[in-house]
Design a binder for this molecule. Structure first.
Ligand code: AMP
Length: 436
């Protein structure tokens, strides 16, 4: 079915044509008609499936066709977990808004509050925001949403992982009336808090599930390589950097420090590289993303900050220098390549510390891992956790007290549990959350 058959406003169709899109993607085909008849919606979708337009188009349609409930209040609010994703959504929204009398604003953390207050005084119809900063403005009464017609939550699971449930509850209460339509998008619906949120926010929602996040992405080839230690990982990285078919590459690391160190290493190996981490100020983060998006750098080295949502069409390769702690995050990271029908390659390096994460990824994808080997760089490590009997202490002949064997076997997992890692949007301080 072409876009023309969706009964969209001609101004919206013109923008769609301008983008060169002819047919709705599967998720757009499922979601747009349901939203246009006024239903609430809960959607789980694979990354890169075209979800942004699946909500922008019917949202714009409703705002263009119906009279505002209030002149002062925002009419639609789109919430996203990170500033980067919010900016990307806003950029797409601007394209559609520019053809119409509707107005819009972007409100994210890390930017000047007073400037945002001035923007909000102009009473924009549509706001794209991160939850923390938006609630700050609600509390300062610089924005009102009593007459909100559409509330859209993009990557709701990630917002909840980042601890935004209290802010989402405040926003829900501030716009609590029966005419509000609510759309919730989440990579996964196997998430207790998403269920809880859906129950609180949505009325008799239409459910759409397109391509489960457990499914293999057909445009992305995935390889796993074993590595004995950090130096071995760096040697493998050096090997992969020599591949000639790299257009752009994102390297994911576990720590901010590694993001900067590996960016330097890539530079030394002749690839123009830049590091992104939550440690940077918002303006530096913007500058880094801008430089990468415009092709000024070929390699972006980052923590999970850039694992979701970002739509960078030139990314041909993703390397997981360290595996992510959460299995869903793996799917999001590799989803930075293979966008909009392009082919991508995802390479994951698995050292002894990555084994618990690998086990979770295998369980999530519901398939065991086949390891590939680079000639001359084979690992001695076999990809299995050491048993207590093989630990240096046991080998040195120390006696293990009866009943303690089990605790020793699982020690690496316990250690991983005690770690904290960085979240997303919250001004300059990173959100810290305990691993589940
Ligand atoms: P999203 O899942 O919204 O991040 O979109 C993923 C990519 O698909 C983006 O580059 C979109 O511009 C692109 N896209 C969205 N809708 C369509 C469509 N109907 N036809 C072709 N590409 C699309």
């Amino acid at each position: 079915m072409p876009f023309n058959d969706l009964s969209l406003d001609p101004r919206l169709l013109r923008s769609v044509q301008h983008l060169g899109f002819v047919k709705p993607t599967e998720i757009q085909h499922e979601a747009i008609p349901a939203v246009m008849v006024g239903r609430d919606l809960i959607v789980s979708s694979q990354t890169g499936s075209g979800k942004t337009l699946a909500y922008l188009l019917p949202m714009m349609q409703r705002l263009l066709k119906s009279r505002p409930l209030s002149k002062r209040d925002a009419r639609a609010l789109i919430l996203a977990p990170t500033r980067e994703l919010a900016k990307q959504v806003y950029a797409q929204l601007r394209l559609f808004v520019s053809n119409t009398p509707l107005t819009s604003a972007l409100i994210v953390g890390g930017e000047n509050f007073n400037d945002q207050e001035k923007l909000l005084k102009r009473q924009p119809n549509i706001i794209v925001a991160t939850p923390g900063r938006f609630v700050d403005h609600l509390e300062h009464k610089s924005v009102f949403i009593n007459g909100l017609e559409m509330l859209i939550l993009d990557e709701a699971d990630r917002m909840l992982d980042l601890g935004f449930m209290p802010q989402l509850t405040v926003i829900n209460k501030a716009a609590d009336h029966r005419l509000r339509q609510t759309l919730l998008f989440s990579a996964t619906l196997d998430h207790a808090e998403v269920d809880e949120l859906a129950l609180a926010l949505l009325k008799n929602p239409h459910r759409v599930a397109v391509g489960s996040s457990h499914q293999q992405h057909q445009d992305i080839s995935q390889q796993f390589y074993l590595a004995d230690h950090l130096t071995h990982k760096e040697a493998l990285l050096q090997h992969f950097l020599q591949q000639s078919d790299i257009k752009q590459l994102i390297i994911f690391t576990a720590t901010r420090e590694d993001a900067q160190r590996l960016a330097l290493l890539c530079e030394q190996l002749g690839r123009s590289a830049v590091g992104l981490s939550g440690k940077l100020t918002q303006s530096s983060r913007n500058a880094v993303m801008q430089a990468f998006a415009t092709g000024k750098h070929q390699v972006l080295v980052t923590t999970d900050l850039a694992s979701r949502g970002l739509d960078l069409l030139q990314v041909s390769h993703v390397i997981n220098f360290d595996l992510p702690k959460h299995a869903e995050e793996y799917v999001h990271r590799i989803g930075r390549t293979g966008r909009a029908g392009a082919k991508g390659q995802a390479i994951s390096l698995v050292g002894p510390k990555d084994v618990p994460a690998l086990t979770r990824i295998e369980a999530f994808l519901r398939q065991p891992t086949d390891f590939s080997v680079v000639e001359g760089l084979a690992a001695k490590f076999d990809g299995k956790l050491k048993t207590a009997a093989e630990t240096p202490i046991a080998k040195a002949g120390k006696k293990t007290a009866p009943g303690k064997t089990k605790a020793k076997t699982t020690k690496p997992v316990q250690k991983a549990k005690a770690q904290f890692f960085e979240g997303g949007d919250d001004g300059l301080a990173p959100v810290r959350r305990k691993q589940k």
